[in-house]
Design a protein. Structure first.
Length: 366
């Protein structure tokens, strides 16, 4: 079994990060093969996945497989700092640059020099900082806050997000040029519910880990408990699984975990045995919506669907025609014509020129 774990840290007890990652499920094995291909390069990597799917573990593995493995690996949560502090944290600051800056301090880019900088939750960065980050990536140098001197850096940047940056771009919350700079290589981490082959290997890892911490002997898992774990949706992904196993071992005293020992969240409904997980892909959701529409509506469906799609896309893009056209895959002219047709845009008609010899009235009142 290919197992990845985070280095021990006191903060892990309260963290929502995944502390272990396995690659037993076919989807995970395909991810590992792709990861091993791109890791030795210097390319920027964008890691996409829900909270608790192991994005930092994957970033660390990329670093360990790269030529930078002897250099530092620095992980930064971009959403952990206030907007006023994030610039100083990333790029450093000089003494007196702001109130409380009692001494000069290197930023995370300088700390990661010669190694890898992992920017988690990159979508949380303010737009002003995104501009400066893009410049740092292009110029390979940083300027500390309160300084005019540039400092050269040699850093490979890995970024992660749990949001769809394409939607953030269309909404005007994320820079398109920064996205393409970071997204040289894209790695999609599937949620635990979509890679069921990883659930039981992870379960056994956490059982062994917490049994050793608690001073227990060998602990077994009943077949009913295995089924309960495998059929649960795991909205909290790997970190939720770890917490469930930790709690279960605290209340299990006979050396065998039964299904009633597993206290699972009510956020998701457990599926009966043999029932596949519902398909939540965009295409499947559209198919179900169309089916309901066919059953309830009759006549002129194409016009209704097209109009609803245009209105929704236009509002989603904050009434920006260019972003709406890009989102729908249409030209701006076609999008504009369609928006005019459904009444979302009003064309300003030019006033006709004055007739010849028309009398002009000039108001000279004071």
């Amino acid at each position: 079994m290919h197992l990845l774990t985070l280095p021990p840290s006191p903060t892990l007890a309260t963290s929502i990060r995944a502390t272990a990652q396995v690659f037993e499920d076919p989807r995970s094995q395909a991810l590992l093969a792709h990861l091993q291909q791109v890791a030795p390069s210097e390319a920027s990597v964008l890691i996409i996945g829900e909270t608790g799917t192991g994005k930092e573990l994957v970033a660390r593995h990329i670093h360990n497989l790269s030529r930078r493995h002897q250099g530092p690996f620095v992980a930064v949560n971009c959403g952990a700092f206030s907007e006023s502090l994030v610039e100083a944290e990333l790029f450093g600051h000089e003494k007196g640059a702001f109130t409380g800056a009692l001494a000069s301090k290197a930023g995370w880019f300088e700390e990661a020099d010669g190694g890898t900088l992992f920017l988690d939750e990159i979508g949380d960065l303010p737009m002003a900082i995104q501009v400066k980050l893009l410049r740092v990536l292009q110029e390979r140098e940083v300027v500390r806050l309160g300084s005019r001197k540039s400092i050269p850096i040699n850093v490979r940047v890995l970024a992660a997000t749990n949001v769809q940056l394409e939607k953030a771009i269309n909404a005007g919350h994320f820079r398109e040029d920064l996205f393409y700079r970071l997204n040289v290589v894209s790695l999609q981490l599937h949620p635990l519910r979509e890679r069921p082959g990883d659930i039981l290997p992870l379960t056994r890892h956490f059982m062994a880990s917490y049994s050793a911490r608690l001073g227990y002997g060998d602990v077994q898992l009943s077949s009913e408990a295995e089924h309960k774990l495998a059929s649960y949706d795991w909205p909290g992904n790997i970190r939720e699984l770890e917490n469930v196993i930790h709690h279960t071992l605290l209340i299990c005293h006979d050396g065998v975990i039964q299904q009633d020992d597993l206290r699972l969240s009510n956020l998701r409904i457990e599926r009966p045995e043999g029932t596949p997980a519902p398909d939540t892909s965009a295409n499947a959701l559209l198919q179900r919506a169309f089916q309901k529409l066919f059953e309830e509506e009759h006549g002129a469906l194409h016009e209704k669907v097209e109009e609803a799609l245009l209105r929704s896309a236009y509002r989603f893009c904050h009434y920006n025609q260019v972003h709406t056209a890009r989102l729908l895959g249409l030209s701006r002219n076609v999008t504009r014509a369609l928006l005019i047709r459904i009444g979302e845009l009003v064309v300003n008609k030019r006033q006709p020129p004055p007739e010849p010899n028309a009398t002009r009235v000039i108001n000279l009142s004071i």
